[in-house]
Design a protein around this ligand. Structure first.
Ligand code: ZN
Ligand code: ZN
Length: 135
């Protein structure tokens, strides 16, 4: 049984994983804000090898605060951001949580880059907060 399933707005990109997410994190960094077009991203960390994707993703090569590449992959047709492939975490992929099918099941427990957080945002259930990336 698939533990994670999702896809983009137009339906061209679909993905699944048979493994549970490793963590669910709210990222307030300025790059996620711009890419998502809103105040923050919720990202799901999963084992890279467990993710199966169909459809062709486009890629924007960003540079993370580590100075290493962050490959931000999105649907070339509808523009939905799907995956961040962060070179400092080679075993993981980060799914943009707004694209998963059962979004109501998500329970984010960690916030990062809270220095960029809008003052009006409070997220319930957070047990760990970091001003930067927490590394
Ligand atoms: Zn699409
Ligand atoms: Zn971010």
């Amino acid at each position: 049984m698939n533990k994670i399933e999702g896809g983009c707005l137009c339906g061209e990109i679909k993905y699944y994983s048979k493994l549970d997410p490793l963590f669910t994190t709210v990222c307030h960094c300025s790059h996620c804000q711009r890419q998502a077009g809103t105040a923050f991203s919720i990202i799901i960390g999963i084992d890279r090898k467990s993710l199966h994707i169909s459809g062709e993703l486009k890629c924007y090569e960003d540079i993370g605060n580590s100075g290493k590449p962050v490959y931000r992959k999105f649907c070339g047709n509808c523009g939905s951001p799907i995956i961040s492939d962060v070179r400092v975490s080679p075993d993981l992929l980060f799914i943009k949580a707004g694209t998963i099918n059962n979004i109501k099941s998500l329970r984010p427990t960690k916030e990062i880059w809270t220095d960029h957080k809008l003052d009006c945002i409070t997220i319930n259930g957070i047990t760990e907060k970091h001003k930067t990336d927490g590394k």
